[in-house]
Design a protein around this ligand. Structure first.
Ligand code: GLA
Length: 381
């Protein structure tokens, strides 16, 4: 990928890039909508991601290109306004560029930029965090700055929240930044504090991307965020992570029925993350799998961010041999399901699930057998 990207960069801009950085996509392992509630979450960086090549340019012009679209998006550094229409993708690198200043970091004053990806977009694998993290590392290498990894991750989230405009938590950027092969990333989102946790040997990840997304997915995500904050407010705490199940039950009368269910999902999900950590440490993949499927059931019935497509896949996978558990991964309202399996789960079995899905819904999901991978890094020079 590095060679191809460098060659395309040279074709586009007439010389080689100065820096190439890479950042992985992620699987949300368990901890659904816990991050912005100050809770805990486990994710895994995968071996697919986004590569970003950059070079300096005369001050004042920021040129952005991506291998998935023709042409260059040229933005004036003195007027870095949000892009619309087909140029919208450039809001990720532009958002990171505008965010640098607030973190006390130098902005490259002129820029040539090219991104390439082998991560399916819209698959729930967070291509957005991957582009943010690869971009941030590339800019920082260009200006010769070296802030902490926590700062890089927070910078990526800042761009997503404040420039792109998605009120996400720290999960996606945190996992892309702190990922490690054969490990999961544990995040205590309140700090935030990041740790890696070994993945027991013999565990395999499969992702089934439905490619079916609710048209209002961004609005629905924001609505869940709002409902959780309303519930916290009703219970007299800043964040739902501060609530025990007992306290939630005591305060139930002060919440709407809907907000009670949202809060119950979050509080129980945080407990499932803790139990998943213990089961992982004990090498109990069957126990981990049961928690994954329980997480999905809670998303389905309490948080209501699942869809019939995702439920179908989870039902089929959870009943299949060699599968420990399955759940929706990411924000929900469409997107992808991940399954944790043993080494015996085969492509033929995955194809069977995909065919049954096709029979029911008319189109087949994309199937990916993912490996874990390392977190974001500068790969050249
Ligand atoms: C999306 C967001 C994350 C997180 C998940 C749900 O992936 O980007 O911050 O909230 O949804 O757990």
């Amino acid at each position: 990928m590095i060679e191809i990207l460098s060659e395309r960069f040279a074709n586009l801009y007439g010389h080689a890039p100065s820096v190439v950085a890479r950042a992985p996509g992620r699987i949300e392992f368990i901890g659904n909508h816990t991050d912005y509630n100050g809770g805990t979450v486990l994710g895994a960086a995968i071996n697919l991601g986004v590569w970003v090549a950059v070079g300096p340019a005369p001050a004042g012009v920021l040129s952005f290109a991506t291998d998935s679209q023709r042409g260059i998006v040229a933005v004036s550094a003195s007027d870095p306004r949000k892009q619309t229409g087909a140029q919208r993708w450039a809001n990720y690198p532009l958002g990171v560029w505008t965010s640098l200043r607030g973190f006390g970091l130098k902005q490259p004053d002129g820029l040539e930029y090219l991104a390439a990806s082998n991560l399916p977009v819209g698959a729930g694998l967070s291509s957005s965090a991957a582009i943010e993290l690869a971009t941030a590392l590339a800019y920082l290498a260009l200006t010769g700055e070296n802030p902490s990894r926590e700062t890089v991750v927070t910078l990526g989230r800042h761009a997503e929240n404040n420039f792109v405009g998605v009120p996400c938590g720290i999960l996606d950027q945190g996992v892309s930044g702190f990922g490690r092969k054969n490990h999961l990333v544990f995040i205590d989102c309140r700090g935030p504090r990041f740790e890696t946790v070994p993945m027991p040997a013999g565990a395999h990840f499969w992702v089934f991307n439905t490619q079916a997304k609710h048209a209002l997915v961004d609005g629905l995500y924001a609505a869940r965020h709002r409902e959780c904050l309303e519930a916290a407010n009703g219970l007299g705490v800043a964040l739902l992570a501060d609530v025990t199940l007992a306290k939630l039950e005591q305060g139930r009368a002060r919440l709407t029925e809907v907000n009670y269910r949202r809060a119950k999902h979050v509080v129980e999900e945080i407990d499932r993350v803790a139990r998943a950590c213990a089961a992982l440490a004990a090498g109990d993949l069957a126990g981990v799998g049961r928690l994954l499927t329980a997480s999905h059931r809670s998303s389905q019935t309490q948080f209501e961010n699942s869809t019939p497509e995702l439920d179908f896949l989870v039902d089929a996978l959870a009943a299949a041999p060699h599968v420990f558990g399955a759940r929706l991964t990411g924000g929900g309202f469409g997107g992808a399901v991940m399954a944790l399996t043993d080494a015996e789960f085969s492509l033929a079995q995955a194809a069977q699930v995909a065919a049954a899905y096709g029979h029911r819904f008319g189109s087949r999901p994309d199937v990916l057998h993912c490996e874990t991978g390392d977190g974001a890094e500068v790969v050249r020079p």
